[in-house]
Design a protein around this ligand. Structure first.
Ligand SMILES: NC(=O)c1ccc[n+]([C@@H]2O[C@H](COP(=O)([O-])OP(=O)(O)OC[C@H]3O[C@@H](n4cnc5c(N)ncnc54)[C@H](OP(=O)(O)O)[C@@H]3O)[C@@H](O)[C@H]2O)c1
Length: 428
């Protein structure tokens, strides 16, 4: 008997599933211990259904979700519609009806994952979502299974292909943010509203999920500090290169003595850091742990086949467990009480670009302000900007988030100094 699945949505990722089921049918059958069959596909309306049928898609398309959720023959529901609603309502109803669910919806899982997992647990249903973080990189299952005996101390990740493509153009070609965005939109990497990608929101969703799998703690999306790439200027990029760094949008989740800290921010990476060579639309997750030390998982973070591959892997896992009679185990069993780090425990070196009138004694005044917060300099560079203005670039030694906000407040109070940009620096 085949395991019957119902797809919710038939867009980019979902329409890659039939290809994989056909192309790798034998292997999938051996792993799942049963044939996997697409029984029904939910589409929005009859127009869409007729369009898909006319295009040669020989499936049973339905326009009412109940046709899937109430079908006793369907055991796995695969949500690939995206966005919060109606995906959340549909998944909840499917779980409540005892269906197992696979999704790739990071937005939904990062914000409403806890409540959906509770419904899954109540109904002894599986809810798997490997594709929600870094599409084609099997990172969640790696953290949950292969690294289960290890203690993870930090996870760093290039988690958004669109912004990484843009940063690569800005670094390698010296493009402005605006030019890089226009190119990303022309190539279909960025949506017409790119906010989620360029402002670090998409990567922050993934950081929430990584915090659960890597550290057993559920950090709320609102507790992930996120800063995007839109304020990065060619001057920042050039000075980073001059000092031996590459700027990338990096997700950073780590455990400190007081708890966990997660943020997404443009970060100066030393050129020799493995993440510095992750270019274009590629993603990578760099894990620091006590046992293995450093390991990096690299691959496509999006795209039809890579993402569908992760989705089908989840489907296979559920089908196999259905066959073995042990379905319903949670995707991630590592759960601890969540403790959020105190800002004084979250430490990094920082890059400051500060504009100041080009007159004597300014550097000394700056040094005094930083010194009043016990912040010391690693590197200082003074550049003439234009006319009477100078641009001072400082790479500090390690400082805490508390020190950072204090010094920014003090700099704000001095009319002579304008902080142009502040970014985290790794490896100082
Ligand atoms: N694309 C990737 O590379 C990638 C990578 C990782 C994760 N994901 C995640 O995978 C999910 C699917 O992404 P995708 O790129 O395949 O999106 P997509 O191409 O936009 O496909 C979603 C499909 O679902 C349809 N849909 C939306 N609401 C529906 C409803 N109420 N009933 C029936 N159909 C509905 C959409 O129709 P309309 O177009 O008419 O709205 C569209 O055809 C998202 O959660 C995304 O974040 C995608």
């Amino acid at each position: 008997m085949a395991v019957k699945i119902g797809l919710l949505g038939f867009g980019t990722v979902a329409s890659g599933i039939p290809f994989l089921l056909k192309e790798n049918g034998e292997k999938i059958r051996a792993a799942a211990k049963d044939k996997i069959e697409i029984a029904k596909i939910l589409v929005k309306d009859d127009d869409e259904k007729n369009r898909l049928l006319a295009a040669g898609n020989d499936y049973h398309f339905v326009t009412d979700v109940d046709a899937i959720i109430k079908d006793p023959d369907i055991s796995i529901v695969v949500e690939l519609m995206g966005r919060i609603e109606p995906a959340r309502t549909f998944i909840e109803a499917a779980l409540a009806a005892g269906k197992h669910v696979v999704s790739a919806n990071k937005d939904l899982l990062a914000v409403h994952g806890a409540e959906l997992l509770a419904v899954a647990k109540e109904h002894r249903a599986a809810l798997y979502y490997e594709a929600a973080v870094a599409g084609g990189i099997p990172i969640l299952r790696t953290l949950a299974n292969s690294l289960t005996s290890d203690k993870i101390t930090r996870i760093l990740g290039v988690l958004n292909g669109t912004s990484n493509f843009m940063m690569t153009q800005m670094v390698d070609e010296g493009w402005t943010y605006e030019a890089a965005l226009a190119k990303a939109q022309e190539l279909g990497y960025a949506e017409s509203d790119p906010t989620n990608d360029v402002e670090g929101i998409d990567a922050a969703y993934k950081a929430v999920l990584l915090s659960q799998f890597g550290f057993g703690m559920t950090i709320d999306f609102d507790q992930v500090l996120h800063q995007g790439i839109s304020t990065i200027t060619p001057d920042d990029v050039a000075v980073a290169q001059e000092l031996g760094y590459v700027i990338k949008l990096v997700g950073d989740i780590r455990e400190t003595p007081s708890g966990i800290a997660a943020e997404v921010s443009p970060t100066f990476l030393p050129k020799e850091h493995p993440l510095a060579s992750v270019n274009g639309v590629m993603n990578a997750v760099f894990v620091e742990s006590i046992g293995i030390g450093e390991s990096m998982y690299y691959g496509p973070g999006a795209g039809q086949k890579p993402t569908a591959t992760s989705v089908v892997a989840d489907i296979i896992r559920i089908a196999r467990r259905l066959h073995d009679g042990n379905v319903g185990k949670s995707f991630n069993e590592f759960v601890r009480e969540t403790q959020i780090a105190h800002p004084s425990d979250v430490k990094s070196a920082y890059y400051f670009a500060i504009s100041t009138p080009d007159k004597r004694g300014q550097l000394l005044r700056l040094a005094q302000i930083f010194n009043s917060e016990a912040i010391s300099f690693g590197q200082v560079l003074q550049q003439r900007a234009n006319g009477d203005t100078a641009r001072v670039v400082i790479i500090t030694h390690s400082l805490s988030r508390t020190q950072l906000s204090n010094v920014l407040e003090k700099l704000e109070e001095v009319a002579d100094f304008e902080v142009l940009n502040t970014f985290k620096v790794l490896g100082e």
